[in-house]
Ligand binder design. Structure first.
Ligand code: PHE
Length: 450
């Protein structure tokens, strides 16, 4: 505990970095990134995604971390407090609300997919021997088309998330992340090596790194923006909440860069592990949410030791998902804890239960399942939630956060918090004042108006 604060803290810079990387690296990198890249035609999407991550994502990470550390409360509390200190409207607190609410919505479907990875861990342990592309596809569609297995695994995943968050920052969050992240990284490298030797690696490289800019429609650009923000856990209160537990002596700039570098490296590694198999076995690259679940099992079924490696892979993917889902549950829990003095265990239980209930709709909304025919603006329940959070709430949240610090918070306060060199600070300031709001606004406009 820091002196004069009732707030928990990270025990070291390392555990903070692990927790933030743990939040960033998750299903967004290994499940969502390959399937979005596949649907959007590959390299052009990847380039725009990387551009957004470093040019806008890193400065926004720095912004959120510093707002969190200055406010030291939940995202809602911190935003209101800083707005009050700067003599600005309490309406800026809405940024915090949008984050807490967005994280809650994401958690509801994130846990469903997290459940899929848990279930696939068990399937992998039983072995995928002899699986071809057709069999792998029907294994997945059968699985998500029935109610029981996905619901049970969704419940287990949410239960684990709740348990860790209930135990608090040092007892739960830190312990969970410090082992899981390095292990996942090592295993991914191994899988890329396997794909390089056995799969259609050259095709995958060309697909991911030779851009065809003809494919860059406004929809693809906003998808890339949404993907970048989602992958960096931006604008959802998670990073701001983690910033609230951050010691003053940790440098925010290098931390943000490390988080972004780890995040995009894992996304690219995931692409390099998955696409060689996709092309080798003639799976459709635009196969959507099932891509990872329909491609990798084929490889696990063929490689020597595939049963063990497959089980390990889905175990680590589940862990990566859990280190992210705890950061999705934490913002709302910290709000109840700080604002309403609700006991941490009770608030973790309440929010997790509500998110579970909302998630049931996403689980049953899969093709072939009970609510599989429900369409919200032409999309399945899960896709509609993802669209709302990734394509609307995140860009808007990011834009208003940038506008807030760029125009409504004193320059000196930000300079103190960030402790950068003059040149670095000017660069950061230009991005949050002009580049980020304008870029995000234009991208957003082009999709809503066109
Ligand atoms: N960044 C996480 C992932 O890529 C998801 C996430 C989004 C977590 C928003 C927290 C906030 O899987």
């Amino acid at each position: 505990m820091a002196a004069g604060s009732d707030q928990a803290n990270w025990s070291s810079r390392w555990t903070f970095i692990m927790a933030a990387v743990g939040s960033a690296v998750g299903l967004g990198n290994i499940w969502l990134f390959p399937f979005k890249a596949g649907q959007s035609g590959g390299a052009a999407f990847v380039l725009v995604y990387l551009g957004f991550s470093f040019l806008i994502g890193v400065p926004l990470l720095m912004t959120e971390l510093s707002l969190g550390r200055r406010g030291r409360m939940s995202p809602i509390g911190s935003m209101k407090k800083i707005a009050a200190e700067e003599k600005r409207s309490p309406l800026w607190g809405l940024i915090g609300w949008s984050g807490v609410l967005g994280a809650f919505i994401i958690l509801s479907f994130y846990s469903v997919v997290g459940g899929w990875t848990l279930a696939y861990m068990v399937k992998a342990a039983m072995g995928f021997q002899g699986l071809d592309a057709t069999a792998a596809t029907s294994l997945f569609t059968d699985f998500i088309g029935h109610a029981t297995e996905p619901l049970v695994s969704h419940a287990i995943f949410m239960g684990i998330t709740m348990y860790i968050v209930a135990r608090g920052v040092q007892g739960g969050l830190e312990k969970a992340v410090s082992v899981m992240m390095p292990a996942l990284f090592g295993l991914l490298v191994l899988l890329v090596a396997y794909a390089a030797f056995t799969g259609a690696f050259a095709d995958a490289l060309a697909f991911l790194f030779t851009p065809d800019f003809g494919k860059l429609t406004p929809a693809v650009v906003i998808d890339a923006l949404g993907q970048s923000f989602f992958s960096l856990s931006l604008a959802m209160g998670s990073i701001m909440t983690y910033g609230a537990y951050l010691n003053r002596d940790v440098k925010i700039g290098p931390s943000a860069l490390t988080i972004a570098a780890a995040d995009s490296t894992v996304a690219l590694l995931a692409g390099l592990a998955i696409f060689p198999i996709v092309f080798q076995f003639g799976i459709s690259a635009s196969g959507g949410p099932g891509l990872v679940f329909m491609s990798l099992p084929i490889a696990f079924g063929q490689m020597p030791g595939g049963q063990i490696i497959g089980t390990l892979f889905f175990a680590l993917l589940s862990m990566a998902a859990i280190t992210s889902s705890i950061s999705l549950l934490e913002p709302a829990v910290s709000y109840l804890e700080h604002r309403w003095k609700v006991d941490r265990k009770k608030s973790a239980l309440t929010i997790a239960a509500a998110a579970f209930a909302l998630g049931v709709l996403s689980a049953l909304g899969q093709e072939g399942n009970m609510l599989g025919n429900v369409r919200i603006f032409g999309q399945s329940i899960m896709d509609a939630k993802g669209y709302l959070t990734n394509n609307i709430m995140m860009p808007l949240g990011g834009m208003f956060t940038a506008l807030f610090v760029g125009w409504f918070v004193s320059r000196k306060a930000m300079a103190d918090e960030l402790a950068l060199t003059d040149a670095q600070f000017r660069f950061w300031y230009t991005i949050v004042r002009y580049v980020a709001p304008i870029a995000v606004f234009l991208v957003f406009l082009s999709v809503t108006v066109l």
